[in-house]
Structure formats: structure tokens, C-alpha cells
Write a protein that binds this ligand. Structure first.
Ligand code: IMP
Length: 426
């Protein structure tokens, strides 16, 4: 089967955008299956940087791109990305949007902000893009889907009913200004007309492409440890970035998935709150943040930085059924005397080899590190594994052995060609 799911194996920001961009070269179709504009992909093509939130980065490779039913779509954000790409000469006519995808409305963003504010010191650190409230509406069966948005009469009726409820809540509970029905209606009807040519039954589109033997790449946003079921709940996003989410969020059956590749940075980062056992406080963490330019694509927030966590990576391998690993930003680690890798945790006097689901317990876990020799050479020009400095190669081998995964891709710099590819992936 020529299908491949690419998932984040950590807390998001693993550099998936660049890996998707490399793989999209060989793919016929690229499909986003969950999340929304909370995601941020930075892709560098020929030295030029593109920041995408909703549009799959495969569009930069002139591929057919799909935003699946599992995504929550902010139409204004999507249109602004499409406009920018069109102005740069990319063909946005190749972008399709599921008629079952849920629509983010202005009240989702308002609620995201006020609810986060009310959490006080129990903040999740959301991106403020309305993701949680939009998925909540979806599961409470009060959401509005693209198909509804395209039908003006249906949309008007649904919006009126829902806005009345939301406004009562905003005014009475949160002491906020209400939203104006006519304003929201008018702007969203405008978005609907512009998006109409792109909206279709994308499950049919994707399944037909698979039937025709085309290579389909499913692109997950965020990462395994932010998954609503498998992540560090409640410090998670509201969707399923894990590989199973690709089936639900794209409308394909599990029997149609060929391979699953996890993307992990050679170290670890996290934005937002929640436990992070290998977090490095102080100068070394700051050094890693600056060297790796670890600032959020979507919010600009500084990312928390830490060492690679193999307990977490083994967990990601298990819950995603990973067939292989893409290791990114190996170049960032260059210049350190020693590189630390977490192989187990210690908690309450016990050694843990497996990821604990109890978030409070995870927050008490202390990493058990193995220190490996560092390397000082610049690896940005390396294109074959055997040409890496011995210490960098040993690092890669150590990760492979302890995660029980083989390395399919190693990224040694932000540019498309700064990549070590091991065999064909599709
Ligand atoms: P939300 O997805 O905006 O609701 O945020 C929930 C949590 O997921 C917060 O900790 C965010 O920082 C985190 N998050 C959401 N999207 C991303 C992403 O693309 N990369 C990294 N973290 C993310």
C-alpha cells in the first residue's frame, strides 16, 4: 500500500513540516487529518521560509492537498494562507477541503481566551485559536460543518441558535461583550463563497487516490504527547494526532494504511504547560533554545527545551505502531561536550521503564540519563549516515537501539536537501 502516516512523536514542533515537505516530493497527495490553525509548520524551500498553519505543506511541492474531516477550520486563516501562497505563484486550486470539517467561529476563539484566563495557575497554555471550544461543539453535536456553512439558510439558522446560547454565556458567566449575529453571518457567508470551489467529499477523493495506486501522505499536526487520549491530559490538544487519528480524520479504513513514521527532534521541546521530565532549566536550556531557534511558529512563545526522552519515544512507538523514525535537528546538538539521553525515570523510589499515564506522577518523575560523547563538527552538509562524525553516528545508533526503531530519515538542517534518507519510504 502506497500510504504513509507521519506523526509527531513528542509534544509537537518536531520539524514535521520539513519532513512532510521532503516526502511530499515522492507523494501524489498530502492529507491533514486533525488539529487546526494551532499547528505551525515552517518549511524552507531554496532559502525562502514559509509558515503554514492549515494548508498542508505539500502545496509547496505542487501536490494535491487535502484538509480532512478531522480538522477544525478557521476560514479567515485558511483564506489568508491561500492568498499568500497564490501570490507566490502556488496553485491553490489543488487544495480540497472536507465538507465534514468543522468550522471555527469567532466565539470559539473568544471562549478559548476567557476559559484559559479563568484557569489561573491550572492553565493549559493553549494557542488561543479556538481549537478546544470547536472540538467541544463537534462532540456536543452543536458544531457547524463546512457543508452547513455552504448552505446559507442552514448556516443562518444554526448560527442564530448557537449564538444566542453562546452570547448568554459570554455575557452572564464571563462578563463579556456579546458577538453580533449580522457581522458574523456576513463575514462567514463571504468566506463560504470563496471556499466553495474547494469543498468536497474528501474521503471519496482520498480513497479513490489510494485505489488508483497513488502515493498518499497523511500529515499529523501537534504530537503524540499532546493527543487527547494518549497525551499528558489535561495538558493536551483536543484532537488525535496519533496515527489512528489519520483514519478517522481522513475517512479511510485502518487496512488502507501502509506505514507510519514518527518524527522526533534529536532533543525535546514543549510549548504550553504540563509535565516535561527531561526539561533543562538554566543556561544549557537557553543555549539549546537559541541554537535551535525554538520559538513557536503560531504564537512566538519560547519553547521549553530538554534532552531526548526515550521512555516517551518508546511510548510513541507503541501507541502509533511506528514503522520507523525521522530524527530532526541533529545539527542543533553539535558543539556540546556531551549529549544526554533519558532512558528511564525514577519516581517515588522506583525505576520506571514505561510511560506513566498519571499526569501528577509524571510530573514527579526524574530522568535517568545516559551521557554520550558530543561532536563539534558541522553536520549540515552530510548526506549519508556513514559520513556523520562518529559521535553523531553513535548517538543515532543509541536512539535506534533504545527506541527499538530504525531511522528512516535524519535531518541535519532546515533546507529540503539537508536530509539523510535511508531507502524509499512509500
Ligand atoms: P490548543 O491546541 O491551542 O488547544 O493548545 C493545547 C496545548 O497544545 C497547548 O499546550 C499548546 O501549546 C499545544 N499545542 C497546540 N498546537 C501545537 C503545535 O502545533 N505545536 C506544539 N504545541 C502545540
Amino acid at each position: 500500500m502506497s500510504t504513509l502516516v507521519l506523526v509527531g512523536a513528542q509534544w509537537g514542533d518536531e520539524g514535521k513540516g520539513k519532513i512532510v515537505d521532503c516526502l511530499a516530493e515522492a507523494a501524489d497527495m498530502v492529507v491533514r487529518y486533525q488539529g487546526g490553525a494551532n499547528a505551525g509548520h515552517t518549511v524552507v524551500v531554496k532559502g525562502r521560509e514559509y509558515k503554514l498553519h492549515l494548508v498542508p505543506s505539500g502545496l509547496l511541492n505542487h501536490k494535491v492537498c487535502v484538509i480532512g474531516n478531522g480538522v477544525v477550520v478557521d476560514p479567515a486563516q485558511l483564506l489568508s494562507e491561500m492568498d499568500r501562497l497564490a501570490a507566490e505563484g502556488f496553485d491553490v486550486g489543488r487544495l480540497y477541503l472536507s465538507d465534514c470539517a468543522h468550522v471555527i467561529l469567532p466565539y470559539h476563539k473568544r471562549l478559548d481566551a476567557v476559559e484559559e484566563d479563568r484557569r489561573g495557575d491550572r492553565k493549559i497554555g493553549t494557542t488561543g485559536r479556538g481549537i478546544g471550544p470547536a472540538y467541544r461543539d463537534k462532540f456536543s453535536r452543536t458544531g457547524i460543518r463546512m457543508a452547513d456553512l455552504l448552505d446559507a439558510a442552514v448556516f443562518r439558522e444554526q448560527l442564530a441558535a448557537h449564538l444566542e446560547q453562546v452570547n448568554t454565556f459570554l455575557e452572564r458567566v464571563y462578563d463579556q461583550e456579546p458577538l453580533h449575529f449580522a457581522e458574523v453571518l456576513e463575514s462567514y457567508i463571504g468566506y463560504a463563497e470563496r471556499l466553495r470551489p474547494h469543498v468536497t467529499d474528501t474521503s471519496l477523493l482520498v480513497n479513490r487516490a489510494i485505489d488508483a495506486g497513488q502515493r498518499v501522505l497523511f500529515e499529523g499536526a501537534q504530537g503524540t504527547l499532546l493527543d487527547i487520549d494518549h497525551g499528558t491530559y489535561p495538558y493536551v490538544t483536543s484532537s488525535s494526532p496519533t496515527a489512528g487519528g489519520a483514519c478517522i480524520g481522513a475517512g479511510v479504513g485502518p487496512t488502507r494504511i501502509g506505514r507510519v513514521i514518527g518524527v522526533a527532534k534529536a532533543y525535546a521541546t514543549r510549548v504550553g504547560d504540563g509535565p516535561f521530565p527531561t526539561e533543562i532549566e538554566g543556561a544549557e536550556g537557553d543555549w539549546l533554545r537559541e541554537r535551535g531557534r525554538e520559538y513557536g511558529t503560531t504564537t512566538g512563545r519560547p519553547r521549553r527545551c530538554g534532552w531526548l526522552d526515550l521512555v516517551a519515544l518508546r511510548y510513541a512507538a507503541r501507541v502509533n505502531g511506528l514503522s520507523g523514525l525521522a530524527l530532526t535537528k541533529l545539527d542543533t546538538l553539535g558543539g556540546l561536550d556531551r549529549v544526554r539521553v533519558c532512558v528511564a525515570y525514577e519516581c517515588d523510589g522506583r525505576r520506571l521503564e514505561e510511560w506513566p499515564h498519571n499526569t501528577a506522577l509524571l510530573a514527579r518523575c526524574r530522568p535517568v540519563y545516559v551521557d554520550l560523547p558530543g561532536w563539534s563538527e558541522d553536520v549540515g552538509g552530510v548526506r549519508r549516515l556513514e559520513d556523520l562524525p562518529v559521535a553523531a553516528r553513535d548517538y543515532v545508533t543509541f536512539v535506534e537501539e533504545h527506541a527499538g526503531l530504525s531511522m528512516s530519515i535524519i535531518s541535519v538542517g532546515p533546507d529540503r536537501d539537508q536530509t539523510i534518507l535511508r531507502g524509499s519510504l512509500f
